[in-house]
Design a protein around this ligand. Structure first.
Ligand code: AMP
Length: 139
């Protein structure tokens, strides 16, 4: 399914471009929650982070700190959140992988987070299951 970010990648919609190479595009968010709110997307067209190829993921990983450095420099804030939503319940509205870089110049500007620790399942058991899943994925 085509998204609004596909249309930006295809040049059908404009954006305020911040960075572009063969694998990654970064541009200003159209509805920023703080000054400098920037989106970083892979050119690979996948909805969720875990669907990305290793190469696309590596390229995103290379670009993110570089773009974050620019956001820090220009916004004047060394404090920021990187947000990456997957799925509608997780607040994803555009189903093309994207990272938000959101300056947090003060405690009440930028991304507010409601962080509610739960009564978690046994972490040792959980970690074992995760190790097995990662091993299976790598095989
Ligand atoms: P998310 O909730 O993580 O899917 O966030 C999607 C983000 O895309 C929101 O912050 C929107 O403001 C942003 N957005 C939607 N359309 C555009 C657009 N045409 N140009 C730039 N940002 C956009």
């Amino acid at each position: 399914m085509s998204t609004i970010f596909d249309r930006i990648l295809d040049g059908e919609l404009p954006c305020h471009r911040v960075f572009e190479n063969d694998h990654v595009l970064a541009f200003m968010d159209i509805a920023p929650i703080s000054a400098g709110h920037t989106l970083v997307i892979p050119k690979e067209r996948k909805a969720r982070l875990h669907e990305l190829s290793d190469d696309a993921a590596a390229e995103l990983g290379r670009a993110l700190p570089r773009i974050a450095r620019a956001v820090c420099k220009v916004s004047g804030s060394e404090d920021y959140n990187v947000l990456q939503n997957n799925g509608a319940p997780a607040h994803q509205a555009v189903f093309h992988v994207h990272f938000h870089i959101i300056p947090r110049p003060t405690a009440n500007v930028g991304l507010g987070i409601d962080w509610n620790p739960i009564e978690a399942p046994d972490p040792a058991e959980y970690a074992e299951k995760l190790r097995a899943a990662i091993a299976e994925d790598a095989a």
